[in-house]
Write a protein that binds this ligand. Structure first.
Ligand SMILES: [Zn+2]
Length: 256
């Protein structure tokens, strides 16, 4: 590791559990971030600051004035730009030593099939149920850990779904694809900006822990945050043996 890197990452390297080995793993790591909005902004910035060596960003949307209240990677001057390009600019300003790969595309099944196996950790920062299911399916198929977050109004939640662990549920075990519920969007119901920040920062933390190989991931636990009362609750979540996505686990190239 070069001197500049030792300085840049010194506050992580100083952590006993993290150390120089943890930083080396983070620097050699590849994270896939789906969505460059309210959750994706803090995720992208924290992963860039921490020096994740290769970060792939996927989002087909452009920066809009209504985004700036909470999507902190973007600026007023970049309204109208592709969100992934705007976020890549912010990440490059923060840490020019990392590689940021951008895809101005919707995270559809073919793109996920291409990108998920290349990454070591996948962070779902998308804003809709259909995309979350597709991301989960690709993560299960390729044996990649998924850090999934969501936020609406004053409520946020996150968990880690890591089907490399036999006991860990996948996203669809907890939120079945055929469940009937009304999709709620920030554009309709609003969202308290610090709630997306809180969940995004926690997602970045889980991703960094997975890359560095430290701590205890949030697998098997669903963390819920209530921004009205500033309270956290943790719910145990179990694997569904009948889950159509992960019920019959075969990890084609889990070790590739
Ligand atoms: Zn499942």
């Amino acid at each position: 590791m070069e001197d500049d890197d030792l300085l840049r990452y010194s506050r992580h390297i100083l952590l006993e559990e993290f150390g120089i080995d943890g930083q080396a793993r983070v620097s050699a790591g590849h994270a896939l971030v789906i969505g460059a909005g309210g959750l994706g902004s803090p995720v992208a910035m924290y992963l860039a600051g921490a020096g994740v060596g290769h970060i792939t960003l996927v989002d087909d949307d452009e920066v809009d004035l209504t985004n700036l209240q909470r999507q902190i990677a973007h600026t007023a001057a970049r309204v109208g730009q592709a969100k992934v390009r705007s976020a890549a600019t912010a990440m490059g300003d923060l840490n020019p030593t990392i590689r940021v790969e951008t895809h101005v595309r919707r995270a559809d099944a073919p793109l996920l099939e291409e990108l998920v196996p290349q990454a070591q950790v996948v962070i779902d920062c998308s804003d809709n149920f259909a995309t979350r299911q597709l991301v989960n399916q690709a993560c299960v198929r390729h044996g990649r850990p998924l850090v999934a977050g969501a936020a609406i109004r004053f409520d946020g939640q996150l968990s880690v779904y890591d089907t490399r662990d036999e006991a860990s549920p996948c996203y669809a075990c907890v939120f079945p694809a055929d469940a009937h519920f009304e999709e709620t969007r920030c554009a309709v119901l609003g969202v308290f900006a610090p709630v997306v920040g809180t969940i995004g920062v926690l997602q970045a933390g889980e991703a960094l822990k997975l890359l560095a190989g430290i701590g205890e991931p949030l697998a098997g636990r669903l963390l819920m945050f209530d921004g009205r009362t500033a309270s956290f609750d943790t719910l145990r979540v179990a694997r569904d043996p009948g889950c159509p996505v992960c019920g019959n686990r075969h990890h084609g190239n889990a070790h590739s």
